[in-house]
Design a protein around this ligand. Structure first.
Ligand code: SF4
Length: 348
């Protein structure tokens, strides 16, 4: 069943620090804190719009939920809990900081029906966390994840490649630590420069240079490949495009189809590695058999994957063939009467 998220934005509520990359007011367009009455209204309005079977979740985003006083947490959660107990929604999720997780906080969340918590982690490199003014170390993340697991709450990590001071080695550390902690899922948002943030000042002073779009795509593709190979679901890559963001992004790898670019790059990596590791008669060319929903990703934007492959390997012909029996994300390569299965799980 498809998911339907009812988002409730609590811009900066509970935030203990002003992280240099963050301006939730610019991201969400909301300037005033949300009230319990508004939460109830949003839930009922959205529920009235749903006319198909969906797994419905209420999600509190944009602040540090568990850093709020418990009375306020309970007040905001009450309408969502009510909808959960009435059978109108299936789950409640929220995002928060890893240094605001305790056993008693989690017990309270559970008593209100919260079953999914996303931690804003960004990086496991302490120097990067310091530069980003996160106000906590990577050690605290491990403790928070363990507490969430012990409480039986599904745990997601939000990671942000491209922050000041990060390089490939630093990113690899972040990926390794994430794999070690084995969260239930991750979200990957490359750092972008949003108006009204400290990062914007650093960018304007020439001190910070965001990742280019191809750099960000390459880093996110690497992360997604490793996580998926380790059985960690990647539920999103790139921020959801919105009018507010369109107005407020000053620089960086912001693209409305960022996730598709990442998936497309993964197909490109799978194909290049395979071609390089196997004998290929470039005169004959080959056929790429893929699941129909992957056609545009295999092609790449503006057929970019196909033209790069043709140019790079002097291939005379590449034919695409959609076949719904192929597993999405995998490819079947046909060449001179032979078939080769390319899977993300295979080492590339
Ligand atoms: S990243 Fe999270 S903790 Fe930091 S300012 Fe934004 S909402 Fe608050």
């Amino acid at each position: 069943m498809k998911h339907y998220i009812i988002p409730v934005f609590i811009p900066h509520l509970g935030c203990l620090h002003e992280c240099i990359f963050c301006n939730q007011r610019k991201i969400t367009g909301l300037l005033t804190p949300v009230t319990a009455r508004q939460v109830a209204a949003v839930i009922q309005e959205r529920l009235a719009d749903i006319n198909q079977a969906r797994r419905i979740e209420v999600a509190f985003y944009g602040g540090s939920f568990t850093a709020l006083p418990q009375a306020m947490q309970n007040e905001l959660l009450a309408p969502a809990s009510q909808a959960l107990y009435n059978g109108q929604i299936h789950a409640i999720r929220l995002s928060t900081r890893p240094d605001c997780i305790t056993g008693s906080t989690l017990a309270n969340l559970r008593s209100h029906g919260v079953s999914i918590v996303e931690l804003g982690v960004q990086s496991f490199d302490d120097a990067v966390l310091f530069n980003a003014a996160r106000g906590h170390s990577s050690q605290i993340v491990a403790e928070a994840v363990n507490l969430l697991k012990a409480a039986g709450i599904s745990c997601g990590l939000q990671l942000m490649p491209g922050l000041p001071g990060e390089d490939w080695m630093s990113l690899i550390t972040t990926v390794r630590q994430t794999v070690t902690l084995c969260p239930d899922f991750v979200r990957i948002y490359p750092a972008i420069v949003i108006a009204g943030t400290r990062l914007a000042e650093l960018y304007q002073q020439g001190v910070y240079q965001p990742l280019s779009l191809p750099q960000a795509v390459a880093r996110c593709a690497y992360m997604k490949l490793v996580f998926e190979r380790q059985g960690i679901e990647v539920i999103r890559t790139g921020l959801q495009a919105s009018e507010e963001l369109d107005k407020n992004v000053l620089a960086g790898p912001y693209h409305p189809a960022f996730g598709e670019l990442v998936d497309s790059h993964i197909f490109y990596l799978m194909l290049t590695r395979f071609i390089e590791q196997n004998f290929f008669d470039t005169e004959t060319g080959f056929t790429i058999v893929h699941h129909p929903k992957d056609t545009s990703k295999v092609r790449g934007q503006h057929n970019n994957n196909l033209s790069r492959l043709r140019l790079q390997y002097n291939l005379s012909a590449i034919t695409l063939c959609a076949d719904s029996t192929v597993i999405p994300g995998s490819l079947l390569l046909r060449h001179k009467g032979l078939s080769f299965l390319l899977s993300k799980k295979a080492k590339i």
